[in-house]
Design a protein around this ligand. Structure first.
Ligand code: PLP
Length: 338
């Protein structure tokens, strides 16, 4: 298998528009809350999650059995794959999508079958996915909205997938939920094959903390926790998230800023005659012809980091949307080198 090597070095001091993070940081209340809880003893003790689990269950509206705390979505994917996939079991993925689905499926020795997003508009390939589902399909891993395309699917389509594959574990990865407002979470009660993941790495600005959750029916929750290390979530993350979910105002105002900035980026790209794809997330994919690498490197030289995706979607570069000011800087530098 190919290694997964994200370009996560040398980013300090640059405008980070390359990892779809929160570009201004977590809520100041999170920092304050963590500070209040720091003492020498907390580092000496293996983490306890009782209070955190209670708060998160309230936030997501699930029971304790339905919640699996994970070390980022990455561990959610890993645990789900390890729980439900054996050697040569079939997993359906969409292409392109978040790299870790393929990564953990390959580590588990599963047989990966990929279905491409529609070439022209990068729309969700519902008919093709439904046609690919077989009695042998054991898992289907979907990001909604998807990274890097920014395109998403609706709840009616998710229902059709769940109903077509009752024998498979269906993951709906909602890493960018807050930017689009579409969630499959209310379907968990209805479908025993549904797993919804959320992360605190994106809008909440806590990527370094590594915290996510997997939400599913309680019986599945039991299976997943069996396959998981008991202390995979760091105590600092478990503390920080308690303050993060209380500061809903912070999250809301960041989302509003990003949505305005995204319009600004659409406008700017349109003005330069650059083709882009409408996105439901905090990132936009745009086409640079045969200059994707050159554009990425030119922006980097100006202190602005974006991500080349031309290896999976011809000519495309992905830019994370942060604030309007940050977007103006990106557009200015892009215009200079375009
Ligand atoms: C669709 C999707 N899922 C999950 C993640 C990673 O989330 P986490 O930091 O929670 O592991 C990303 C990060 O880029 C993503 O794009």
């Amino acid at each position: 298998m190919a290694p997964y090597l994200p370009p996560s070095g040398g980013r300090t001091g640059k405008l980070r528009l390359d990892f779809n993070e929160n570009t201004v940081g977590c809520s100041p209340r999170v920092l304050e809350y963590v500070r209040q809880h720091l003492d020498r003893n907390i580092f000496a003790v293996y983490p306890e999650y009782v209070e955190t689990r209670e708060k998160l269950c309230g936030y997501f509206g699930v029971t304790d059995g339905q919640l699996v705390l994970t070390n980022g979505t990455d561990e959610a994917i890993q645990v789900l794959v390890n729980t439900f996939l054996d050697d040569n079991d079939e997993v359906l993925l969409l292409q392109p999508s978040y790299a870790m689905y393929r990564f953990y499926s390959e580590v588990a020795g599963a047989a990966v079958h990929e279905i491409p997003y529609h070439k022209k508009d990068l729309a969700f390939p519902l008919a093709e996915l439904l046609a690919a589902i077989r009695p042998e399909t054991r898992a289907i891993l979907i990001a909604n909205p998807n990274n890097p395309t920014g395109t998403g699917t609706d709840i009616a389509s998710i229902r059709r997938i769940l109903e077509a594959a009752p024998q498979a574990a269906v993951l709906i990865d909602e890493a960018y939920y807050e930017f689009c407002g579409i969630t499959a979470l209310p379907l968990v009660a209805e479908y025993p094959n549904l797993f919804v993941s959320r992360t605190f790495s994106k809008v909440f600005g806590m990527a370094a903390m590594r915290l996510g959750v997997l939400l599913t029916q309680a019986e599945n929750g039991g299976f997943l926790r069996k396959a998981q290390s008991p202390y995979s979530v760091n105590l600092l993350a478990a503390i920080a998230v308690r303050a993060a979910i209380e500061d809903t105002e912070y999250v809301q105002s960041y989302v509003e800023e990003v949505l305005q900035a995204r319009d600004l980026v659409y406008e700017g790209l349109g003005r330069m005659g650059i083709h882009f794809y409408i996105s439901q997330g905090n990132f936009v994919l745009f086409e640079c012809g045969d200059r994707a690498i050159e554009i990425r490197d030119g922006l980097r030289a100006a202190g602005v980091l974006v991500r080349d995706r031309s290896y999976e979607i011809a000519g495309c570069v992905r830019v994370t949307i942060g604030t309007r000011d940050q977007s103006r800087r990106f557009l200015k530098e892009l215009e200079r080198i375009w």
